[in-house]
Design a protein around this ligand. Structure first.
Ligand SMILES: [Zn+2]
Length: 399
């Protein structure tokens, strides 16, 4: 794996929905970075003046994201035993039920881009659509889909998956479009991969309905999320590029210990692009989210300040967005951190602000441990206390 520090190239970005260059900044998000794993130092959360879409501006080019997802996937569940077949989560069964209503026949060719370890495709197959194929940028994920569920999968992104001799009938992308810088090229790829009147199911977090207290403050502005969709802007993206909306809606998906408001749409390839309609819900939603997060952020900063006795240092568990944002914005003082711990092998043997990042197995120190995560707080607590039997004092930020 490449571990070189590369010079960060930052590019201004037109609106990914309508192409306009006029945008207004609502918020600046900042991140520290682990040595050798620099994707971005931050971005501007902006609103398009013309169509009202929300997106991250001043970010690296698409290639930097492609490299990041190939090398650093955190979606492969390294802790999971590939021998033990996990139960398909209810969120996958729910999505498969909705998707199944729009797949035209039992022999339809279904292709999922960003399939992670294949849970959704397994649920789709169980609904009577056996011809499924997945793809994921992470080779480990693609392998796991086959090992866990017998779901065939190839390695690739929306930009690199091969175009089949016989086009697909149905594409699925859930939790993917919010990660992609180049949405124009993405929808062009949908046209290349699908047959005439083929369909695509898209599901993304709903920025018009982000809720501050459902997750850690500003967590929706993560290192990896660079498009802030609403139902309207998702529909605009597709209808302006020759896809007709068959059904759109809202849903809520559980994700570990938090829940995520999402919006979805089923779109059909058709010849005629439709005019973009102004999105009036995203800006209001983002503004109220940002206000709510400021309050919650003040609370967790105070808790961190009060957690240590003078001269005491702590171990910080987790080096994701939660930690990187706090480090970059003064919420965590690296001088008070003796070690960082993370279960993702891709982050280990690195440094963060000069402090080593180690695996849980390497942990020997008795310093108190700050669990720097909302979505995995309970799971990490269980791992520390029950699986590892450690007696370090725990600093928890969330009830
Ligand atoms: Zn726009």
């Amino acid at each position: 794996m490449k571990r070189q520090e590369t010079v960060q190239i930052i590019q201004g970005r037109g609106c990914p929905i309508c192409g306009s260059g006029n945008s207004r900044r609502l918020f600046r998000q900042s991140f520290a970075h682990v040595s050798g794993v620099r994707l971005l130092d931050g971005y501007d959360v902006v609103i398009c003046e013309d169509c009202g879409a929300g997106f991250a501006d001043n970010i690296p080019p698409q290639e930097a994201f492609d490299e990041y997802y190939r090398d650093l996937s955190k979606y492969e569940n390294p802790g999971h035993d590939l021998e033990a077949i996990p139960v398909v989560e209810p969120r996958f069964r729910d999505a498969a039920e909705l998707i199944g209503r729009f797949i035209s026949s039992p022999d339809s060719r279904v292709f999922e881009i960003g399939c992670a370890t294949g849970g959704l495709l397994k649920a789709v197959r169980e609904r009577g659509f056996p011809d499924v194929l997945g793809s994921d940028p992470s080779p480990r994920c693609a392998r796991a889909a086959t090992q866990l569920y017998g779901v065939p999968a190839v390695v690739g992104t929306v930009f690199t998956v091969p175009i089949p001799e016989e086009p697909y009938d149905f594409l699925i992308l859930t939790g993917v479009l919010e990660h992609i810088r180049d949405l124009e090229r993405t929808v062009t790829r949908f046209h290349e991969l699908l047959r005439e009147r083929g369909r695509v199911y898209l599901e993304v977090p709903d920025a018009s309905r982000y809720v501050p207290h459902l997750d850690a403050p500003f967590q929706e502005f993560s290192v990896e999320h660079i498009n802030f969709f609403s139902r309207k802007s998702l529909t605009n993206l597709m209808q302006a590029r020759g896809f007709r909306a068959l059904e759109t809606g809202h849903t809520v998906r559980p994700q570990h210990e938090v829940t995520c408001p999402c919006t979805y749409g089923v779109f059909e390839r058709s010849a005629d692009p439709t005019r973009i309609e102004k999105d009036t819900e995203t800006e209001a939603g983002l503004r109220s989210y940002i206000e709510g997060c400021r309050v919650e952020d003040g609370r967790i900063r105070a808790r961190i300040r009060q957690a240590l006795a003078p001269g005491e240092r702590m171990i910080v568990w987790g080096v994701g967005t939660h930690t990187l944002r706090l480090l970059a914005t003064g919420g965590l003082n690296p001088e008070q951190v003796s070690l960082f711990v993370d279960s993702n092998p891709n982050c280990q043997r690195q440094q963060l602000r000069g402090v080593p990042v180690v695996s849980p197995a390497e942990l020997r120190s008795r310093d108190p441990i700050l669990i720097s995560s909302r979505g995995f707080q309970r799971e990490i607590q269980k791992q520390i206390q029950h699986q590892m039997g450690l007696e370090n004092r725990l600093i928890l930020l969330y009830e």
